[in-house]
Structure formats: C-alpha cells, structure tokens
Design a protein around this ligand. Structure first.
Ligand SMILES: NC(=O)c1ccc[n+]([C@@H]2O[C@H](COP(=O)([O-])OP(=O)(O)OC[C@H]3O[C@@H](n4cnc5c(N)ncnc54)[C@H](OP(=O)(O)O)[C@@H]3O)[C@@H](O)[C@H]2O)c1
Length: 279
C-alpha cells in the first residue's frame, strides 16, 4: 500500500508562504504549512510580494533537507501570478497543490477605538475583502488551470473562526472569510462537475495563532494577554493559542491521496473553539 501522506513527486505553491518574521518560531501560518508540505516530500514554491523573505523561507526549507523555491508575486496582480505559474511549471512540470494562505485583517476595517461601524472606511473594507477573497480567487484561477488539464490537484484555502460565527470588531475580515467558505464549496462543485473530478477544493479554518497581524489584539507588550486574548483562551477548551506548525498535518492530509474523496469541506483547527458554547 502506498503512503497516503506522502507528497513525493508533487509540486506545491503556497501563497502567503512569506508570512512571519523569519526563523522557525516566528513563522506565519503559510510558511509553517510550506515546511510541512516539504517535509512530506513536495517541492514547494514560496509565493509572496517580498522576494527576499520568499528566498529566506525557501532557504530554511532547503536547509532542513526539503525542496523549495521562491516565486515572488502579488496575489492581486494576475500578470505576476502568470509569471509565477510559468516559473513553477519550469521547476516541476506540474502544479499539484495550491495553498491560499495570503490574507489577513486590515486594522482600518476593524470596529475599535475611534472607528465605529457608522464611520468604517469603504476603502479599508474593499482592501480587506480584496486581499482575502480576490487574493484567493486570482491565484486559484491561475494555478487550477494546469490542475484541471492534468485531472488531479488539491486546492486548500485558509478560512478563519470569524467565517461561520462572526467575531466582534473584525467586520470586513469576517465577511471576507465567510465568502472564502462559500467559494470553497462553490468551486469544489464547479471543478468536479464541469472540469476534473480529481481536482479537490477544501479549506482549513484556523483558530487563534499569535502572528504579526493580531499580536497587538491578543497580547500586551510585556507578553501578558489582553482582555480579548484572555477571552479567546477562556473560550478554547484546550486553553491556549495554536502554534503555526499545528496546521501542517491537516494541510499534508488535504494535499495528498489520503483525502482523495474529500472535497468542499472547511475543517477547523482550533483547540475546540468552534465546538464550545461557553457553558
Ligand atoms: N494568525 C491567525 O491566528 C490566523 C487565524 C485564522 C486565519 N488566519 C489566516 O491565515 C493566513 C496567514 O496568516 P498569518 O497570521 O500567517 O499572517 P502573516 O504572517 O501576516 O502573513 C500574511 C501573508 O500574506 C501575504 N500577502 C499579503 N498581501 C499579499 C499580496 N498582495 N500578494 C501576495 N502575498 C500577500 C504576505 O506576504 P508578503 O508580505 O511577502 O506579500 C504574508 O506572507 C491569512 O489568510 C489569515 O487571515 C490567521
């Protein structure tokens, strides 16, 4: 029997693979997922706007015996994505896996302090929806085309706890991530019915992981929890935030043959947050 978790011979692209500040402990979620896919045998393209950071993450993966390459691109710029696709096909002949991890909140689209719902900026709302939704749509259009031609592929979107049950404050972000869940289901059906049943689309809904974008919301400068951070930990049955590496296993499973009959799902990785009513 073949190993259902092996990604040997597969080529993956991870948008948002440049996330985090650098170094294993400060990796963003995309970089941690990229490391996991490489550890399972995939050759991984690290996609983000910061070319130097993409090269750094690819170098870290190569340094641990994995295979990776940098593909600087902007998820909102179709031409740069087409260029990244050409570079990827040059490296590995195929694209088998796409992880859409580029995304995040935009502080100006958050109802907090001086920003009330009534005054929320249209530009900030468009920006957060653009990055999370259009920034998933465009790479998916570009990289799923070769998958449909070869009849096989796995697309993994990154949703959020804010999608199914909106979180306070992050209005634009919650709306954009809810759209990601909908898009995940829609595209899984569209590709299977009209293009290639072997191209699957799923999403991971991470719970709370301390990162560059949300550190100030969750932690005080001295490392203690903010009131919101404490509320989250209290509502997480496992009693802590997640570590980026804890997304790697689910991504490896969704990427490979172990999940070959799984499409159209959104899977929480949240320490039980979404299962807990608080009582
Ligand atoms: N941290 C959490 O608790 C959490 C929870 C749920 C969901 N998520 C989601 O997980 C994903 C990764 O989050 P993270 O915490 O790891 O964030 P992060 O460290 O801030 O990383 C964000 C990534 O998005 C990329 N990006 C932003 N705009 C881009 C653009 N126009 N083109 C290409 N890449 C772009 C950045 O790369 P460049 O700057 O190099 O372009 C970076 O790699 C996001 O979708 C986020 O919403 C995070």
């Amino acid at each position: 029997m073949t190993n259902p978790f092996s990604l040997a011979g597969r080529t993956a692209v991870v948008t948002g693979g440049t996330g985090g500040l650098g170094g294993a402990r400060a990796r963003g979620l995309g970089a941690a997922v990229a490391g996991g896919l490489a550890a399972a045998g995939a050759r991984v393209g690290i996609l983000g706007r910061r070319a130097a950071r993409a090269a750094e993450v690819a170098g870290e993966i190569e340094g641990t015996g994995g295979s990776a390459f940098a593909i600087p691109a902007d998820v909102l710029d179709r031409d740069s994505l087409l260029q990244a696709r050409a570079e990827t096909l040059n490296q590995g002949d195929t694209v088998d896996i796409l992880v859409n991890a580029a995304g995040g909140n935009v502080p100006e689209a958050t109802v907090f302090g001086d920003i009330s719902f009534f005054g929320l900026s249209r530009e900030a709302f468009d920006q957060v929806v653009g990055l999370n939704l259009t920034g998933t749509l465009l790479p998916t259009q570009v990289f799923s085309e070769p998958m449909a031609s070869q009849g096989r592929g796995s697309i993994i979107n990154i949703s959020s706890m804010a999608a199914q049950q909106p979180l306070t404050r992050v209005m634009g972000y919650a709306a954009a991530k809810a759209a990601i869940d909908n898009f995940t289901r829609w595209l899984s059906v569209e590709l299977a019915l009209n293009h290639a049943p072997g191209v699957r689309v799923n999403a991971i809904a991470p719970g709370f992981f301390v990162g560059e974008q949300n550190r100030a919301l969750l932690m005080e400068p001295d490392g203690s929890l903010t009131a919101r951070g404490q509320q989250i930990v209290d509502h997480t049955p496992m009693g802590r935030f997640g570590e980026p590496d804890e997304l790697a296993g689910i991504a490896v499973w969704l990427a490979g043959d172990g999940s070959r009959f799984v499409t159209g799902t959104v899977i929480p990785v949240d320490g039980g947050f979404s299962a807990y009513s608080g009582v």
